[in-house]
Design a protein around this ligand. Structure first.
Ligand SMILES: C[S@@+](CC[C@H](N)C(=O)[O-])C[C@H]1O[C@@H](n2cnc3c(N)ncnc32)[C@H](O)[C@@H]1O
Length: 249
């Protein structure tokens, strides 16, 4: 049986349901802020892996000469094409078997995708393969060791031990499961794959309904800007961002 799980976004209006109709301005800003801090300023060929409808395209279009949005969902890619037209190329397929040549890309990013990946080792090996030596990968990881998850475990509301390095699969969230990773677990995979970690950021530190009400989005965004570097060493945020480099040969 295949180890792969594809979370199929075909026919799911991710843009409208998850972003436009929900109160996620803070999370969107937090992602953008981290990407601006980590992505190289100039790249020849860049791909947004699991890029969906191109939510973050404005963050890389000005930095890359050639942009490819890659995703499993053709409906997501169609939405991206409608907005960005000839500014982007779209490619459809599976992350575990990327339709890219070896060493094809100067840069890539993969944001809000790891929670759909059961096999991080295989996915990271593919990303490494398609990146040129010297190229940069910005990877967002869904963290299993967050403060709320630690509290829920401590008071007996969750059986998932956030300190256990093995992958957590929260079956109740979607039928395919929803994977969260321990930072140490993914960092070992990055190293074994051959990547060098250049920078780490703690992202979406204040993702909480109560905090959103108290502080308002613009204040949370200002706090987030400072917290991304300051809190990076403790790795307690729901999203951990990594700037990885494939070493020069
Ligand atoms: C939560 S969305 C994130 C989209 C975009 N990166 C963003 O941050 O707005 C996850 C995306 O990953 C894609 N995806 C999930 N598993 C995949 C796989 N195995 N191969 C290719 N794409 C996949 C989905 O189709 C979806 O567009």
């Amino acid at each position: 049986m295949s180890e792969k799980v594809i979370s199929d976004y075909n026919g799911y209006d991710y843009k409208k349901i998850f972003w436009e109709d929900a109160d996620r301005e803070y999370e969107d800003q937090a992602d953008r802020m981290a990407i601006r801090k980590l992505l190289p300023k100039r790249m020849a060929k860049f791909a947004d892996i699991g890029g969906g409808y191109g939510r973050l395209a404005n963050e890389y279009l000005k930095r890359a000469h050639k942009v490819i949005i890659f995703d499993y969902s053709k409906t997501e890619l169609q939405q991206a094409k409608e907005v960005y037209g000839d500014k982007i190329e779209t490619r459809a397929g599976d992350i575990y078997d990327l339709p890219f040549k070896d060493d094809e890309l100067d840069g890539l990013m993969m944001i809000r995708v790891t929670h759909h990946l059961k096999d991080m080792k295989k996915a990271m090996a593919e990303l490494y393969r398609v990146l040129k030596p010297g190229g940069v990968a910005v990877i967002e990881v869904a963290n299993k060791r967050t403060l709320p998850k630690i509290v829920r475990f401590m008071i007996g509301k969750s059986k998932v031990n956030p300190f256990d390095k093995k992958v957590a699969n929260y079956k109740e969230i979607s039928k395919d499961g929803f994977y969260n990773y321990h930072p140490k677990y993914v960092e070992e995979i990055f190293e074994k794959t051959g990547f060098k970690t250049e920078k780490v950021l703690s992202v979406s530190n204040f993702r909480n309904k109560g905090l959103k009400k108290i502080f308002k989005t613009n204040n949370l965004v200002k706090m987030e800007d400072k917290a991304q570097s300051i809190l990076a060493p403790i790795r307690f945020a729901p999203s951990i961002y990594y700037k990885l480099r494939k070493p020069e040969e």
